[in-house]
Design a protein around this ligand. Structure first.
Ligand code: NAD
Length: 477
């Protein structure tokens, strides 16, 4: 049995208590025992990071490059094995799990390269005989808090830039799926990172997470998770003037216009709504369809949806894995009830029996819905999508933007005019044309607007905005 321990000051440590990490495809399968950290573990991790921070801040780019590059290489070399661990603990299909691990490897490689490109500005002063230099310095100790739904990629896209720009790290993965985080910590340890530069405390948000937010020695928190948690974290950080970056939920629109290629529109919608069991912040949960194509689109999407194979995440041919746990399954079923009460037509959504005892649910499609229904306002985070019928592009755009969220948005059309107009007027951080709302590159910024995000962007060279602080130096002579 693997013990997913905490990693503090370069040593592996047991938790105050142990909890089982359960496979959502087969609840009799215990992936490992989770060492649940507490306030004392967090204190020790922050102290270790604080002690190690100055040394790491002044390490050479080459030192940082070598370590991040080595971790990236190991992740890529072990893609199949780590992908299986990810699918076993989180429930996305094996190809999706391997894909996510590959992404994590590429992220480490990308930020290894960024260590060599940290730059600043040299300007002439407005005063004679003075030069002005603008440089970037690490923040110091940063706190990273991540969710369960991308247990490898999200930790990677926070840890790699944090280290690349010279910060010491205290990392709290989700206690729901911490096996991949543990594997990452193991690789960082063996890659030769000095003790204390990277620390991991697995634990509950209400104890370890809260303590991180309020800790005076943590200079900034980068958080990905739900809106409710994000708002709490922002309030705590702002109160003590700590830097904060939040990536949260979505209610992402996918517009389908009359002139869309039907196959493209159905594939983008099915992928965006149901793949990864709909447990993606970028999932297409509102399908906004103009009336000329509406009935054909619904018929084709329903056919596509019914053919999707829902089963054990590690079984060959599975297209949709299980829901993460009983709580999320009950939440999905609750929203199916809400959809019926609100007058939507509900297709699919049945609880499924498979060979193993897991949280299997058929994808669900809600039709005849309005944008003001709860199912179209609140994030469900399951394999569900609503269809909203609209008259034309103008109404589609207005409905797409009528939401408190603004992470990703998509349009399926063969019209350049509408595609370009949507690109400019969608109130979202990311726009997809004839592509699913989910699925992004690793070298460009990721993030949203309105209620979905707060603070600077993650990934690509834009990550430097969060993980560094600017200094302006004036030198005479
Ligand atoms: P969550 O908010 O419940 O938990 C996220 C993390 O915050 C966990 O590590 C948790 O332990 C911790 N936490 C909980 N309470 C805390 C507190 N009071 N103080 C500090 N930390 C606390 O979210 P989840 O259920 O793990 O993840 C699903 C959510 O994440 C969805 O809303 C989804 O949209 C969002 N998400 C967003 C993105 C994005 O980039 N926008 C990506 C993936 C997931």
């Amino acid at each position: 049995m693997t013990h997913f321990k905490n990693y503090i000051g370069g040593t592996w440590q047991s938790g105050a208590e142990e909890l089982p990490n359960i496979n959502p495809s087969d609840t009799s399968d215990v992936v490992g025992q989770i060492a649940m950290g507490d306030g004392a573990a967090l204190e020790a991790a922050v102290a270790a990071a604080k002690a190690a921070a100055p040394g790491w801040a002044h390490s050479t780019p080459q030192q940082r490059f070598d370590i991040l590059d080595a971790v990236g290489s190991e992740i890529l070399a072990r893609k199949a094995e780590l992908g299986a661990l990810l699918s076993r603990e989180e429930g996305k299909t094996l190809p999706e799990g391997i894909g996510e691990v590959g992404r994590a490897g590429q992220l480490f490689k990308f930020f290894a390269g960024e260590t060599l490109r940290i730059s600043g500005d040299v300007l002439a002063s407005v005063r004679p005989g003075i030069s002005v230099e603008v440089t970037r310095e690490p923040l110091g100790v940063v706190g990273l808090i991540t969710p369960w739904n991308f247990p490898m990629a999200i930790p990677a896209w926070k840890i790699a830039p944090a280290l690349a720009y010279g910060n010491a790290v205290v990392f709290k993965p989700s206690e729901v799926a911490p096996g991949c985080a543990w594997a990452l910590a193991d690789m960082l340890d063996r890659a030769g990172l000095p003790a204390g530069v990277f620390n991991m405390v697995i634990g509950k948000g209400s104890s370890v997470g809260e303590a991180m937010v309020h800790h005076p020695d943590i200079a900034g928190i980068s958080f990905t998770g739900s809106i409710a948690t994000g708002k709490r974290i922002a309030a705590g950080c702002v109160a003590r003037q700590a830097r904060v970056q939040l990536e949260m939920g979505g209610k992402n629109p996918m517009i389908v216009l009359d002139d869309a290629d039907l196959t493209t529109a159905v594939n983008c919608s099915a992928n965006g709504a149901f793949f990864s069991t709909g447990q993606r912040c970028t999932a297409s949960s509102r399908l906004i369809v103009t009336e000329g194509i509406h009935d054909r689109f619904v018929r084709a999407l329903e056919e596509n949806m019914k053919a999707l194979k829902v089963d054990h995440a590690l079984k060959e041919g599975t297209q949709i894995g299980p829901v993460i746990d009983e709580r999320q399954l009950q939440k999905n079923l609750f929203y199916l009830g809400v959809a019926r009460e609100e007058g939507a037509v509900v297709r699919g959504g049945e609880i499924l029996k498979r060979d193993s005892d897991g949280y299997f649910m058929a994808p669900a499609l809600f039709t005849e819905t309005r944008n003001d229904m709860r199912i179209n306002r609140e994030e469900i985070f399951g394999p569900t999508a609503s269809v909203i019928r609209v008259k034309n592009y103008e109404e589609a755009l207005a409905v797409a933007n009528d939401t408190e969220f603004g992470l990703s948005s998509g349009i399926c059309t063969t019209s350049l005019k509408y595609a370009r107009h949507f690109q400019r007027h969608a109130q979202a951080g990311m726009v997809m044309v004839n592509l699913p709302t989910a699925g992004v590159d690793y070298h460009v910024p990721f993030g949203g607007r309105k209620g979905s995000s707060y603070g600077t962007r993650e990934q690509g060279k834009y990550a430097a905005e969060f993980y560094t602080i600017v200094k302006t130096a004036y030198v005479a002579g």
